[in-house]
Each structure stands twice: as structure tokens, then as C-alpha cells.
Design a protein around this ligand. Structure first.
Ligand code: ZN
Ligand code: ZN
Ligand code: ZN
Length: 320
């Protein structure tokens, strides 16, 4: 059976080579290749009208592989932090991103070893994700900074930017480049509580994350989260493009626990630093009771269709 399959593949290979040669002569165009995938095979087709050329047919398992992936994601995080709601998000991300990758054609590798932030590894990575954690060691931080300064792409969530440094000159406490230049938000300031689902207002459509969103009133409703506010107002930073904001009012406050409710103001939720290929997103905290109470871990960060689209379009846009 295996042998027969091999012979068939060889035959297909011969046909595709012939097709390419013929179409190039007949149409005289430059092929525009796009990957196609089935459960077990990948191949490239030319998307130019009237051209049926294909090439690079091969086999893989499970819909996508290193050869046919549009891009490779390295996600770094922690599922054993002191906050179960943050851990739940990471666990959920580790299901949702690879599942979506099989549908859309990217690979996803998760690790808790931030030592993978090294030059050798990063040359095979198109997008780094920080899932509620970030590198703590100076050498890993330096490798990441170099990766971003040499054209790497990044998406980070929630507390990966959270910092409570009392001495910002201490590099163990405060990753200066990351907090001041890269995400640009400085220390954590305060947050809403309990986690609530809130409307996100799009501030700019001129960005990969938002350009395809079709919305009513420029707004979509995000999955529940504990929303963060920061020391620095990133909307005043000329290197930063704010993509989404939260705009609570007395009538529609954010949070529902006394003392941690926002009733006014404009809070940046997702933003891009124009000097890098990056988007920071405030979400990454699943609603849960922390005490195995009734609500359990019922909320899902990946339950908002528009929010999901925002993430996927960011990934494809940053790795283009
Ligand atoms: Zn063609
Ligand atoms: Zn493949
Ligand atoms: Zn949180």
C-alpha cells in the first residue's frame, strides 16, 4: 500500500511539472503561488486567472507542517503562575491557537523555557507570543530585543506587560527597554474587578489588526477580562498607534466590584509600536471564581468572534 502511494505521488509530481512548463509558455505570466492543504497533503497552486499550475506536492500529518506553514509561532508562557485565571488563559490559548493554525496554515509551538529566546532558535520563528509571562533573565531579554530590532514579530497578552517595579534602575525589577520603549506603558497602575465583558472601540482601521473588521458603531464586545490601566498614557506616545480603547461611563461601567469599577475615561486596550512588528493586547484573564465556586472557569477569552479575528489578522499581518 505504501509503495502504491509512492508511485501515485511520483505520477502526480510529473503531471505538475508538465503543467507548470505549459502554463508559463502559454500565459507568459509570473506565477503567484499559494499553499493548499488537505489532512495529509500540501501543494502550491498558481492563483493567476486561467492558470492551473501546481508544484511542491508533499505529505504531512495533521493539516500543516514546517514545509507548508505560512509562518511559525513560538508561544512562551506559564500555566503554573500564582493566578489561576491567567493560567487558564494560557491553557486555552494552547488549544485555540494550534487548532486555528491547522485551519489557517501556521505552526504553533508552546514552551515555558524562555531560554528558547536565543539567536539560533529565533531564526526559525516568525512570531513570538508572550502568554501572561515574559523572559526574566537578562540574556533572554537581550536576545528578544535583538530579535525585534532585526525584524521579528510579537504579540503579547495581559500581564506579560505587568510590572510593579519600585526601583526602575534595577534591571531585575524593571526591563527598561520593554516597559518604556517597546510596550511603552511603564508600570501597572490599577485594574477593574471582577472580570467583565466590555465594548472595545476601534481607534484606527489603518492597521492589519483592524482593517478587516466590519463593525457597528466601530465597536465589538470582548470576552470577559480584568482590564488594566498603566503608568504611562500610550496614546500620548508618538511611536504608538492605539488600536482599541475601553470607554466606560456611569451608565456602562467596567468592572462590578466596589472600588475597582471604572465609570469614565479612555483606556488603551490594544496598541502597536510603529518601530516594531508588534501588538500588545490587554486581554488574557479568564473569568473564574478562584475558589472553585459556581462560575468555575466558565468564561472563554476566545469566545468573541471579532476579538478572535483581531488576533488572527494581527498574526498574518505582522508576519507578512
Ligand atoms: Zn500561473
Ligand atoms: Zn505541509
Ligand atoms: Zn489578570
Amino acid at each position: 500500500m505504501k509503495q502504491l502511494k509512492k508511485v501515485l505521488q511520483m505520477a502526480v509530481g510529473v503531471v505538475s511539472v508538465t503543467a507548470i512548463a505549459l502554463s508559463m509558455t502559454a500565459c507568459g505570466h509570473t506565477h503567484h503561488w499559494e499553499w493548499q492543504r488537505s489532512e495529509t497533503e500540501h501543494w502550491q497552486v498558481c492563483t493567476q486567472k486561467g492558470c492551473d499550475a501546481e508544484k511542491n506536492r508533499g505529505t504531512h500529518e495533521d493539516r500543516v507542517c514546517e514545509d507548508c506553514a505560512e509562518f511559525h509561532v513560538l508561544a512562551l508562557g506559564d500555566v503554573n503562575s500564582s493566578d489561576p485565571a491567567h493560567n487558564d488563559f494560557v491553557k486555552e490559548a494552547n488549544e485555540w491557537f494550534p487548532k486555528t493554525g491547522k485551519e489557517l496554515g501556521y505552526t504553533y509551538e508552546y514552551s515555558e523555557d524562555f531560554g528558547l529566546l536565543n539567536e539560533e532558535k529565533l531564526q526559525f520563528v516568525d512570531l513570538v507570543m508572550f502568554l501572561n509571562e515574559r523572559p526574566r533573565k537578562l540574556e533572554h531579554q537581550a536576545a528578544f530585543e535583538n530579535y525585534m530590532k532585526t525584524g521579528g514579530a510579537w504579540m503579547g497578552f495581559h500581564i506579560c506587560a505587568g510590572c510593579w517595579a519600585t526601583n526602575k534602575e534595577d534591571p531585575e525589577q524593571y526591563w527598561k527597554w520593554f516597559q518604556d520603549d517597546f510596550v511603552g506603558c511603564g508600570n501597572h497602575s490599577h485594574n477593574t474587578w471582577n472580570p467583565t465583558s466590555e465594548p472595545m472601540r476601534v481607534e484606527t482601521y489603518n492597521y492589519c489588526a483592524t482593517e478587516n473588521l466590519e463593525l457597528e458603531n466601530d465597536t465589538f464586545v470582548a470576552a470577559p477580562c480584568e482590564w488594566y490601566a498603566w503608568e504611562y498614557d500610550v496614546s500620548k506616545n508618538e511611536d504608538i498607534t492605539v488600536l482599541l480603547t475601553l470607554n466606560p461611563t456611569k451608565e456602562n461601567p467596567a468592572g462590578d466590584s466596589p472600588g475597582e469599577i471604572w465609570t469614565s475615561g479612555t483606556y488603551p486596550i490594544a496598541w502597536a509600536n510603529n518601530n516594531y512588528k508588534m501588538v500588545y493586547m490587554n486581554w488574557g484573564h479568564n473569568l473564574q471564581s478562584y475558589n472553585n465556586g459556581e462560575e468555575g472557569t466558565s468564561s472563554r477569552t476566545f469566545s468573541s468572534e471579532k476579538q478572535n479575528q483581531f488576533m488572527i489578522d494581527t498574526m498574518f499581518g505582522l508576519t507578512k
